[in-house]
Design a protein around this ligand. Structure first.
Ligand SMILES: Nc1ncnc2c1ncn2[C@@H]1O[C@H](COP(=O)(O)OP(=O)(O)OP(=O)(O)O)[C@@H](O)[C@H]1O
Length: 255
């Protein structure tokens, strides 16, 4: 279980998260959506302890995690931009990560799934963006963590790797793991997400499944529904009475 209670976070007094509360209890895929800069990565980093909230609490597996470290061993993380020394070879990177963790991990199976065998002796600097993403995915999944946080996991992946990733996520879901992902690709959400969390202007506008989202917006499909939310919010900004009405409906129906 992952729970966020009333999280506030500002960077240099600019608020990003303005009272975010969220509970992810069951195993499954939770898609965190929202416009650029809405705070999706910040929210993930609060769970990871990489960003310290100004207010509020984060619980992982029922335990408060603020200023704690060991719980991170239960989390696999794929950052939006991963930075490793460029002169390392792929195989050296995997070995370094295993040594740091003190566990071998199951990188061999993952290397095979993502077709990375032939790149093991390549330096990271010589890899394409998509191949780097596959390397990062191996690192994220290699210790079989209970919680998996994926920031834009499909970025740069070819269709074969996309299928491999979907299969892997599906397997993790069947094992009861909690997978949180951010993406701007609505097809990924439609195919993978059990629950959608829509973040906008520092708050959660919607949390629920795709059926509930369609019902709320009167649209069909995640792309159309999310567009509806954005359009109504934009329209609402120019008409405060409508905005209040729409927000009320969202709060009442969705949250
Ligand atoms: N370390 C930081 N210092 C200052 N501002 C930051 C920092 N990290 C993020 N921000 C700002 O906080 C806001 C939210 O950023 P965040 O990366 O969480 O958004 P996001 O929803 O993940 O965006 P995207 O969809 O573009 O990846 C942005 O305005 C960003 O510029």
């Amino acid at each position: 279980m992952i729970e966020l209670k009333n999280i506030y976070k500002a960077y240099k007094k600019v608020p990003v998260l303005k009272g975010v509360s969220l509970k992810m209890e069951k195993g499954g895929v939770y898609a965190v959506l929202g416009p650029n800069g809405s705070g999706k990565t910040t929210l993930m980093k609060c769970i990871l302890g990489m960003v310290l909230p100004d207010r509020g609490e984060v619980f992982v597996g029922g335990e408060s995690v603020i200023k704690k470290h060991s719980y991170r061993e239960n989390i696999g993380y794929l950052p939006q931009i991963a930075r490793f020394p460029d002169n390392l070879k792929v195989e050296e990177l995997f070995k370094m990560i295993s040594d740091l963790r003190g566990q071998k991990g199951n990188s061999e199976d993952l290397i095979q799934r993502f077709g990375l065998e032939k790149y093991l002796s390549y330096k990271l600097s010589s890899l394409s963006g998509g191949t780097r993403q596959k390397v990062n995915l191996v690192i994220c999944f290699m210790f079989d963590a209970q919680y998996i946080l994926l920031d834009e996991p499909t970025s740069g992946l070819d269709p074969v790797a996309m299928i491999a990733l979907r299969k892997l996520i599906e397997e993790k879901k069947q094992e009861g793991k909690i997978i949180i992902l951010t993406t701007h690709i609505m097809d990924v959400v439609e195919k993978m997400a059990d629950e959608i969390i829509f973040l906008m202007e520092g708050k959660i506008y919607f949390q629920g499944d795709q059926e509930k989202l369609d019902e709320l917006t009167g649209s069909e499909g995640v792309e159309a529904s999310i567009a509806q939310l954005l359009l109504k919010e934009e329209k609402g900004k120019n008409d405060s009475s409508q905005k209040n009405g729409f927000r009320f409906k969202l709060n009442k129906v969705a949250l």
